[in-house]
Ligand binder design. Structure first.
Ligand code: ZN
Ligand code: ZN
Ligand code: ZN
Length: 767
């Protein structure tokens, strides 16, 4: 190679600017190394919006430098732009790392929290290393980031490490461009770092905590984004106690395993799943559980899949080492639906009655961040919850906004999203906005992220549901602050716009939203909609036939009520079917309500149709967590059954009642429930595919976007995808944000940006 690079005579100098997540991720040492390899002179430094390089060398060397910056950046870097301008050569042959300008680094991006890297792990286990068994070991390639940042510019003083001045040895590493800890803000050692404590008997905190777990105790562990509750996964008594004290009846717990081999011992792990499991983001990956897995029944009752994750902090590694790799349940430190505890006093108060002891430390957590959750479907990531390890990383949109936009998100599984130029920043998982604590986390999270990004949103995009606290937040701000512009975005338009943004597709396409409940433009609760949809606008072409929701929110917790409504809509005599018994004395009242003239809210929700079928088949008539009935119906469906119930496409109506009639008939004639469940899934996929094909033919579109929480159902997702592909249509699904309501805020900002670029043509919406 070197021989090919012309010698002097053609020496050029470039000023290069790199933007994105390029600070605090080892970018300058990386450029320093490249310059050495390529024989380039000049310097590299940080500026207010990224990394600046002046590089002098041959044209070929400079080309190679630019290509490497774009294509092979360090693992944690996200390069969003590389620009270069020529300048006069100076004859510089050595390359230096310039000191940063002290102030004004407000446009740089904070990287997400990152799992302990291989180098740090090696040192953690090396008795000769000065950080041997140091619970806070980290470097430029790993460790806490977003959860410890308190302000800007990103520096030690603006993190929760501010209270831990570096010792002389750490300071030397921090200042040495050749060191792995060069300018790594959380760097520390046993002499200067935080202290791990165990609130129980025993000298060494880690071995004492491991001892407690071994004896069947429940342990609270302080992690990156909050406290977890832990118990030995194989110990039924311990896991059962944790479940009882946490008031969490059926919702599966995640399990921390030591490594991929540990994961394989209890679940099937394919190549793509292994890639996600071992990624530096360290999400919980939902895997197929092995039938013989040595995991207590209470870990994931009635569930064929199991959420596993690998250790992502030094404390996790030390703890599992002390347990000889025994798998440990690791679940959010909270009681039922409260947000995860992240402040020490609050954790002590709220978790004191659940945990037998605390493994904690004195490095504060600034921002709460729950573990991220995903599954892999046919080699592609399907995010369920995008939070720790991902936020606050931006997604680049195809369309930008002149003015900053805030997407206020939905009510359940809330995230918000900030759009700055073309960069959309979906927040960490906030949770269900139904208590004061979560609402506080929401408003604080918005203020904090806007401060870090140095933006003041002037456009607030919000859901149409007047009762969502996120909608109320938007309306209240618009009232208080002059100049704020509101953009109302229909819930399912937001879902499908999120899918377009996720795929960087400009639209319009045919969209299918299969969802729980979302407020429609006609005031009804929508949830199974076929649309002609672009980023700026949509037209509703077909939807599930509307049925009553007797009891409103109670119907969501008691699927037998929705079953009563669907059976009535389908003209089925319910006598002898499981929902009658499930309803007990309430059954008659609900039927009377449905037959009366009393106004009952009506919905086109696919989620409620799944609920109804789960109740009619006797799979589940009362739920203990959101989506439980649909999840259990999916899991019970026989994978080998290929035929499905026929359902009509009747003008704009998808006749769900045809499916319900067929389900009831098969249940009555004693067909195996797994067969009934499979035929229902297949029939729904058939009729939705037919609706999409008709819509595509009518509009000339060749692409179909799928979004909404019901598409977490893999059987429906895969079945519909196959049918659409067989019809020659391209299918867009989610891979970067969730198809559930966690993705809504991204859709909202995409719609607001598109509308600013092309104001909507009123009158295209149809009920
Ligand atoms: Zn590291
Ligand atoms: Zn130190
Ligand atoms: Zn939704």
């Amino acid at each position: 190679m070197t021989a090919l690079i012309p010698a002097s005579g053609s020496v050029q100098r470039l000023r290069v600017h790199v933007s994105g997540i390029v600070q605090g991720v080892g970018f300058r040492p990386f450029v320093h190394g490249l310059a050495g390899e390529l024989g380039i002179g000049g310097f590299v430094g940080n500026d207010e919006s990224g990394v600046v390089i002046e590089a002098e060398g041959s044209a070929a060397a400079l080309d190679a430098l630019l290509a490497a910056l774009r294509d092979q950046p360090p693992a944690l870097a996200v390069v969003t732009g590389v620009s270069a301008t020529g300048m006069p050569a100076r004859g510089e042959t050595s390359f230096a790392i310039a000191a940063s300008a002290a102030a004004g680094r407000r446009n740089t991006l904070i990287s997400p929290d990152t799992a302990t890297c291989g180098d740090c792990l090696h040192e953690l286990r090396d008795p000769a290393d000065r950080r041997y068994r140091h619970p806070f070991i980290s470097c430029t390639n790993c460790g806490p980031r977003f959860t410890i940042v308190t302000g800007v510019p990103y520096d030690r003083a603006t993190t929760t490490m501010a209270g831990f001045p570096m010792c002389a040895v750490c300071a030397v590493e921090y200042a040495d461009p050749a060191d792995r800890r060069f300018h790594a803000q959380p760097v520390c050692c046993p002499d200067c770092g935080p202290t791990l404590r165990f609130g129980g008997p025993g000298a060494d905190p880690v071995s004492a905590a491991a001892g407690l777990l071994r004896e069947g105790g429940v342990l609270a562990v302080k992690g990156l984004g909050g406290y977890h509750l832990a118990a030995l996964a194989a110990d039924e008594a311990a896991v059962g106690a944790l479940r009882g004290r946490k008031h969490r009846e059926d919702k599966p717990f995640a399990v921390l395993v030591a490594d991929v081999a540990g994961a394989r011992a209890i679940a099937k792990v394919d190549v793509e799943e292994e890639r996600e499991l071992t990624s530096h983001r360290a999400p919980i990956v939902l895997l197929r559980r092995r039938p013989d897995a040595a995991v207590a029944p209470s870990v994931a009752p009635g569930n064929r899949s199991l959420g596993l994750l690998l250790p992502y902090t030094p404390v996790h590694h030390l703890l599992l080492d002390a347990l000889d790799g025994a798998p440990v349940v690791l679940t959010s430190g909270n009681v039922s639906d409260e947000p995860i505890a992240h402040l020490d006093d609050d954790a002590a108060a709220r978790l004191g009655g659940i945990a037998d002891a605390f493994l904690t430390h004195d490095r504060p957590i600034r921002t709460r961040a729950d573990d991220s959750v995903l599954r892999v479907v046919r080699g592609r990531v399907l995010p369920i919850r995008r939070s720790r390890g991902y936020a606050p990383e931006p997604l680049r949109l195809g369309i930008g906004a002149d003015r900053p936009v805030l997407g206020c998100g939905a009510e359940l599984k809330n995230t918000f999203c900030v759009l700055r130029g073309r960069d959309a920043f979906p927040s960490h998982h906030i949770g269900d906005l139904e208590n004061a604590e979560t609402l506080r986390a929401y408003t604080d999270g918005i203020a904090h992220l806007c401060r870090l990004l140095d933006v003041e949103p002037v456009v607030l995009a919000h859901d149409l549901h007047p009762e969502y606290l996120s909608t109320k937040y938007a309306l209240a701000r618009a009232e208080e602050e002059p100049g704020i512009e509101l953009v109302g975005v229909q819930h399912h338009h937001a879902h499908l716009a999120a899918c377009l943004a996720d795929n960087d597709h400009p639209g319009p396409v045919v969209g299918i939203a299969c969802d729980g409940l979302g407020y429609g433009t006609d005031g009804l609760l929508w949830g199974c909609e076929v649309m002609d949809v672009g980023l700026d606008d949509f037209r509703r072409l077909a939807h599930l036939e509307p049925v009553a929701l007797p009891g409103g929110a109670t119907a969501i917790r008691q699927p037998w009520r929705t079953a009563a409504a669907w059976l009535r809509a389908a003209g089925v005599d319910p006598e002898g079917l499981p929902p009658v018994a499930a309803g007990g004395p309430m059954w008659r009242n609900v039927r009377r309500l449905l037959e009366s003239a009393v106004e009952v809210p009506r919905t086109t929700s696919a989620g409620r149709l799944f609920d109804a079928v789960a109740a009619i088949t006797g799979v589940r008539s009362v739920v203990n967590y959101e989506g439980q009935a649909a999840i259990e119906l999916e899991q019970c469906a026989d994978p080998d059954v290929a035929d499905g119930y026929a359902a009509r496409l009747d003008g704009p109506l998808v006749r769900g009642s045809d499916l319900v009639r067929a389900v009831a008939a098969d249940v009555r004639s004693g067909v195996d429930i797994p067969v009934v469940a499979a035929r229902f899934h297949n029939g729904l996929a058939d009729v939705l595919a037919a609706a999409a094909v008709r819509a595509a033919a009518g509009s000339g579109r060749d692409t179909v976007a799928l979004s909404g929480g019901v598409f977490q159902n893999l059987r429906l997702l895969a079945g519909l995808t196959d049918r659409l592909a067989a019809a020659g249509l391209r299918v867009l699904t989610h891979s970067r944000v969730s198809c559930n309501d966690g993705g809504i805020s991204l859709g909202q900002v995409a719609v607001a940006a598109a509308r600013a670029a092309a104001p909507p043509t009123n009158g295209t919406l149809v009920g």
